[in-house]
Write a protein that binds this ligand. Structure first.
Ligand code: MLT
Length: 266
């Protein structure tokens, strides 16, 4: 079912009485990035995906976003749908959002899945890289930015091995409103670090990394996992930064095993 909540495009799938999973996408993508997870999990779970404000079909507004506002948006969706203790699953920027939401409202979630993400905030070099990206969008346009930024996120052989998915992902990124994309860059640039919070995470947590992820490589993801008490860690073969798209069967198996073993136990 598709609906608009707090001016965001939200999709729900599955029986509302089942345990809920809320999926938060990365940058500069949209809720479509989870379609292979929804396909798999909707039989046993209530799946919620949404387009982060400014991206996909969500309202762009003035393009002035913060990670704090993104977290409020997430909580507004959970409240509106009346979901009790969903499992929160975020990739990259969605992981930044999920970590900050957990830092603020840990008791509201029953489990956490972090894919290809980071806990630290941008350092000075990272902030300048973001500033350059905003400049590039202003000068060369969104299409040129996406053509430079998105393809290297995939695993080495992606263009050859799953051509359709590769090009569809790039095409979808180009449909975004440039104002929303720049707003997301500012939200990421100004986010706080959640590194110190990692050791305080008490809910069951799974950390997943694409084996060929260059942006958030397995060694960094393992480090996050080691800081989270009792968390699980998995490396996804044949996947870069976009593991749920690139190797969905593997990612889905790992998530399902984790949820059944660690989250749904009474
Ligand atoms: C993402 O995939 O969400 C972005 O690459 C994250 C980032 O640019 O920090």
């Amino acid at each position: 079912m598709q609906m608009v909540i707090n001016s965001m495009a939200v999709h729900t799938s599955g029986n509302k009485n089942n345990p809920a999973i809320i999926f938060v996408h990365g940058f500069p993508f949209d809720s479509w990035m989870w379609h292979k997870q929804v396909q798999r999990f909707r039989k046993e779970f209530y799946c919620v995906t949404y387009d982060i404000r400014g991206l996909g079909e969500s309202y762009v507004g003035d393009g002035q976003y913060t990670m704090e506002a993104y977290v409020s948006d997430l909580m507004s969706i959970i409240d509106h749908l009346g979901i009790e203790k969903p499992i929160l699953c975020g990739l990259s920027m969605g992981g930044y959002l999920a970590l900050r939401a957990t830092e603020k409202f840990q008791e509201r979630f029953s489990g956490l899945v972090l894919l290809d993400t980071k806990a630290d905030a941008d350092d000075d070099k990272g902030k300048l890289v973001r500033a350059n990206k905003i400049n590039q969008i202003n000068i060369d346009g969104l299409e040129a930015f996406v053509d430079g930024f998105v393809p290297p996120l995939f695993a080495e052989e992606a263009e050859k091995d799953y051509k359709k998915l590769f090009y569809e992902t790039i095409h979808r990124c180009k449909q975004n409103n440039p104002l929303g994309v720049k707003g997301a860059l500012i939200a990421m640039l100004s986010r706080t670090s959640t590194v110190k919070f990692l050791k305080k995470i008490k809910i069951p947590t799974l950390v997943i990394s694409g084996s060929q992820d260059k942006l958030t490589p397995p060694v960094k993801m393992r480090d996050i996992s080691e800081k989270i008490p009792n968390s699980e860690f998995a490396i996804v073969p044949r996947a870069g930064h976009l593991s749920p798209l690139e190797n969905a069967p593997f990612v889905n198996d790992v998530i399902e095993g984790f949820i059944k073993r660690r989250v749904l136990i009474k």
